[in-house]
Design a protein around this ligand. Structure first.
Ligand code: ZN
Length: 407
């Protein structure tokens, strides 16, 4: 029987022979039912071994399966552990330095753990091996990062608060310039509303310690969707929120919605039509068509990274919906999915917010009001902050603050 996890793995192996996928064959063969107990990662250390940089993961049991592979652009080493999690006490130790620029981890397929190391330099062959220490309960997964170790100077450098980073939130104000977006009965242009709400949201996040907002556009100018995604990625965003206002021929349609990406069809016909409309921006106004821009992203990379990224997107989107629901009726009470081009960054969790229906005269008036724009920005900021307080990347000011508070 082949689980989705297995088939994905096989597909990856077929597609990229140059990437080494290491597992112990015996353990891979274990049926899933035999591994109900989760593996806990208790410690992570970096070691130099015969001129190679190695990561040691101290584990309480050998995981049912694992794989180690590298990704390029930017260079990363990825460790996937089936049915595993990181000890909450450990997160404070997960500080990046030297060869390893940044460490991230997250849940995958509900139960699995993915650890991503952003590295300085190009890894050669990467691999992993598990060890059991005879006569003790100690077990270890050793990952060869395929790179030279830290220089002595880098290794001695103490980890201090200056190494901690802010959580970067990319804020995309939909449409702009020659692309006005949807237009309301009072001639309100979507591009103006989205920019006002985006600026208000940035203002709020700038005030929060540990968060750094990045406005994808801060003027009335047109940007291709592909360029927006590129800007989010190059700012190393932890999250992208794209702000829009909905439109529908029936002027009674109302409420806020939140969307995440779907790579296999939309969650409803309406969501599909909406994604088509929002994606039109490039077809109507841009030099590059949407199909070209999506083809530019490596298919393999999308398959590999998007499960984890999508889970985070939907989780954060749900938190945002909860806060939006306090200030506006919800059009749909759950995060919907469709193939929005703006959400296609393979490694940045992203959501698209339809703040309200600009085609509904009542909601159009609300969208034009400064005070309602502020309320929307508050709701979005509250959603982002709530999500990241529970899911802060380990090398961030927020994670270190949470660890301190927990003592
Ligand atoms: Zn729009």
């Amino acid at each position: 029987m082949s689980t989705p996890f297995d088939s994905k793995r096989r597909r990856f192996l077929n597609l990229s022979g140059h990437t080494l996928c290491a597992s112990t064959g015996l353990l891979l063969a274990l049926p899933k039912s035999a591994t109900a107990a989760q593996t806990q990662v208790m410690g992570v250390h970096f070691h130099e071994d015969r001129g190679r940089m190695k990561m040691h993961l101290d584990i309480d049991s050998i995981p049912a399966s694992f794989k180690v592979f590298k990704l390029e652009n930017p260079d990363r080493v990825v460790i996937d552990l089936e049915s595993s999690r990181i000890s909450t006490l450990l997160s404070r130790e997960l500080r990046a330095r030297g060869t390893v620029r940044r460490i991230r981890y997250g849940k995958r397929n509900h139960d699995d753990l993915r650890i991503v190391l952003d590295v300085n330099g190009k890894p050669a062959d990467v691999s992993g091996r598990t060890y059991e220490f005879k006569g003790t309960s100690r077990k270890r997964l050793v990952v060869d990062l395929g790179m030279k170790p830290l220089t002595a100077k880098e290794a001695d450098k103490p980890v201090d608060a200056a190494d901690l980073r802010d959580i970067v939130i990319a804020i995309d104000a939909g449409h702009g310039g020659k692309d006005p977006g949807a237009i309301g009965h009072l001639r309100t242009q979507e591009k103006e509303i989205t920019l006002s709400v985006a600026r208000e949201l940035a203002k709020r996040l700038r005030r929060r310690k540990g968060f750094k907002p990045v406005l994808i556009r801060d003027a009335d100018r047109y940007l291709a969707l592909q360029e927006r995604v590129r800007r989010a990625r190059s700012s190393r965003a932890d999250f992208l929120v794209s702000i829009h206002a909905d439109a529908f021929p029936d002027r009674t349609a109302r409420g806020s919605s939140v969307f995440a990406l779907s790579t296999r069809g939309a969650s409803s016909k309406a969501a599909e039509v909406l994604a088509e409309t929002e994606n039109q921006a490039d077809k109507l106004f841009g030099e590059i068509s949407v199909s070209d821009s999506s083809a530019a992203l490596s298919r393999t990379l999308i398959d590999l990274a998007q499960n984890a990224v999508l889970e985070s997107s939907i989780e954060c989107g749900s938190v945002m919906l909860k806060h939006l629901g306090k200030i506006n009726p919800l059009h749909k009470s759950t995060v919907e999915q469709a193939g929005f081009a703006i959400l296609r960054a393979p490694d940045v969790p992203s959501i698209l917010v339809e703040t309200a229906f600009i085609s509904n005269p009542r909601e159009e008036r609300k969208l034009r009001s400064r005070s309602h724009q502020r309320k929307l920005a508050n709701a979005l900021a509250d959603g982002v902050v709530e999500y990241f307080m529970a899911n802060a990347p380990p090398d961030t000011v927020i994670a270190s603050h949470i660890n301190k508070t927990r003592g």
